[in-house]
Design a protein around this ligand. Sequence first.
Ligand code: ZN
Length: 579
Amino acid sequence: MFRIRKISNPHLSVNIQTMSKIKEIVSQQFPDINPKKIDEISAQLTDSLKYKYQAKIFVAEDEKSTIRGFALFLYMPDLQFCYLDYIAVSPGKTSGGIGGALYERVREEAEAFGALGIFFECLPDDPTLCKDQTTLAQNKKRLAFYERYGARPIVNTRYETTVVPEDDCPPYLVFDGLGVRETLPVAVTRQIFRAILERKYGDYCPETYIKEVVGSVIEDPVQLRPFKYKKKILPELFRTGLPEKKKIFWVINDKHAIHHIREIGYVESPVRIKSIEKELLKTGLFRLGKVKEFSEKPILKIHDPGYVNFFKNVCKSLPPGKSVYPYVFPIRNAARPPKELSVRAGYYCFDTFTPLNKNAYLAARWGVNSALTAAEEMLEGCNLAYVLTRPPGHHAERNVFGGFCYFNNNAIVADYLSLFGNVAILDIDYHHGNGQQQIFYGRKDVFTISIHGHPSFAYPYFSGFKDENGEGEGRGYNLNFPLPETLDGAGYRVTLSKALTAIQKYKPEYLVIALGLDTAKDDPTGTWTLAAKDFEENGRMIGKLKIPTLVVQEGGYKNRSLGMNAKSFFNGLYQGHSK
Ligand SMILES: [Zn+2]
């Protein structure tokens, strides 16, 4: 078992050791490489201005976090192409498909960038260019491997010219058109040749050499070598329909239904999930994942242990079918929890309509497991994931529950992902995301943004004002957009676009969306009038950020339109993300 993780920031503590291991692998695998080049790997990741490309590393790690291999991948935004610098697999271990998995991950990334394709150098499989028989055999194997993806050397140019006459084995430039493109326009190819030779090999290739090679690109369109190892092509790797891996990873909290408050008028009910599930199943956009079990640790990092224990114990102690509503709020003596469990509910709660009952803890706990399952999938390179769960979570603060929420799912996954890079949480529920605001108020590695009905008229009334910006290190990393009582989709998008600009500036590694569908027309808890087409547009705008995005279900109580609105949102999100 291994997973593939993307590294953009080599200075995060979780990545420092990984980076030194990566450098070690490079020097073992490429003994002739200039040590200066190895030292430069970290600098390339952070200084895209200097190098004129964005560099990313994909690292394959096993369950013990041992590095099995990595790929160094560059994107040149001005010419919209990708360059694969290395794929290296740890020596001394069987590769076990790691090279292939890394290459497939690189292709996904190139597709996500909307790149023209991937270019990379490969040593030649032509005996007139490569004299050494062992090297020749390795080169053949490598080129046959890439040919399975349709990637082949560019022909009829002089790319494979040695810089100095005594060099042997001048590399081909191979092109992978990602299953879409088989030839290249001549003008673009010249620019790309120049960019590769200058930016990657500028200190080795003199200008006269670059001019000669670029000038040799004449044929229009530029051709790839015909398939040579053809029988091994993997047809499923060409873009036809929607391959499983490109679908949205979907986790459903299947234990949600045990938490069913039967009181008349309790809108947070199991049918909410069914309405959404039914519509999404029809889309073909999703692949279902199985919920994994996690320890309590990630919850205890976000919620106060006293609250977690209270919640667990009071639920256990209640007879089936009985609900406790907090009714005494210890404003005067908040430092000392009351002894009586049901009274103590008011110590850990901030409203009078979020009940405790036998199954609330289990349903909420399983909701956290669902969310963490999706977060793990994100770490393995998944770009879009959706956690369909209830009870919701975004009103739950560090030590209080309320607003139908017990554990703050989106905060727990954001904290979990924050070990691997900065995270932004965008809350698009009708109600203010007070939970994650309070939890991350002093942190800058998780940027919290919420668009919601103004607290002067909308729940939770006490928070969500514009001037709540964070504190200490977290100052400037909480952003509230309180909006008027009457609002349509077009008005909403004006604000959404401001929020997305702020996220873009922050450049998070991961985006968590707290998806409330209670902004919809006729929602019993809201006042706005968003329609299905508005949800689609909102999704598209978010998708266009092209940030790996984990969507966590929050509110939305108009059961008749929930499914359609969720479907529209994900259609838009998927399209925005993949174009
Ligand atoms: Zn809500």
